[in-house]
Ligand binder design. Structure first.
Ligand code: ZN
Length: 252
């Protein structure tokens, strides 16, 4: 199915029959799963009660499992500024009866070595500046090894973004930032979360409708440039929720 959309007075065509799913599925039972922040693996446990077992293979009539997980620690999730504010603003209302398709730039960035860290610096955004600034940005960091889909990032000091980067994104009106790292900030930073604060303008110029999606995986065959993004977020009343960002190829 081809759909036309208009952005900045230009007509584009998106091919909805060729989705590229950027989400990493959240699995349990020892299946491969990414994680971060030292959280234990997710679990999916059949409910057991009086004469009831929520497992067909164990003799029950249905599979009926309790799930334990942490949206920030297990796989692809989308978070709003409620992540860093005293009030836990929920992410759900941002996508409830509101647009979820966004023109989206995909860029590939090489983190730079800074002391013992690897950081994404503002020059990484030069590639975006050649396009029009889009409402959504997917940042694919190098190396882009498929092991990102199953990586335990805990205590690895992953690459992160300087707050200059997220300040620029905010200044250019980027509403939705998607990255393949567990955080836009340094794993251990004394709780400052400067890149998060800069992106959401907390506390001085809050941007409550903006989101950060972490732990995506952008396949190698996705080219840099303009795509159409559909950002589907599970309806949790929480600062973050599992999500399924999907890219569609665009032409015009
Ligand atoms: Zn998070």
């Amino acid at each position: 199915m081809i759909c036309e959309f208009v952005w900045q007075d230009v007509v584009y065509r998106a091919d909805l029959s060729h989705p590229v799913d950027l989400s990493i599925p959240l699995a349990a039972d020892g299946q491969p799963n990414p994680s971060a922040w030292c959280v234990p693996p997710p679990s999916m446990t059949p409910v057991r009660g009086e004469g009831f077992v929520g497992s067909v293979i164990a003799g029950g009539s249905v599979n009926f499992r309790d799930i334990q997980f942490n949206p920030h620690g297990h796989g692809t999730h989308t978070e709003c500024m409620g992540h860093i504010t005293p009030v836990v603003h929920p992410v759900d209302p941002l996508f409830r009866n509101r647009p979820a398709f966004f023109p989206c730039a995909v860029i590939t960035v090489q983190p730079q070595q800074l002391g013992g860290d690897w950081v994404v610096t503002p020059d990484a955004l030069d590639a975006v500046a050649k396009l029009q600034w889009p409402p959504a940005l997917v940042m694919r960091t190098l190396p882009n090894d498929p092991s990102k889909r199953t990586q335990d990032w805990s205590n690895t000091n992953p690459p992160y973004l300087t707050s200059d980067v997220t300040t620029q994104l905010a200044n250019h009106g980027v509403q939705h930032l998607l990255i393949d790292l567990p955080s836009v900030d340094r794993e251990v930073d004394g709780g400052r979360l400067e890149a998060h604060h800069a992106f959401w303008g907390v506390p001085d110029n809050p941007r409550p409708s903006c989101t950060i999606t972490e732990m995506i995986y952008t396949p190698q065959n996705v080219s840099d440039g303009l795509w159409l993004l559909h950002l589907a977020v599970a309806p949790f009343v929480n600062d973050a929720a599992p999500s399924r960002p999907t890219l569609y190829p665009v032409s015009h």
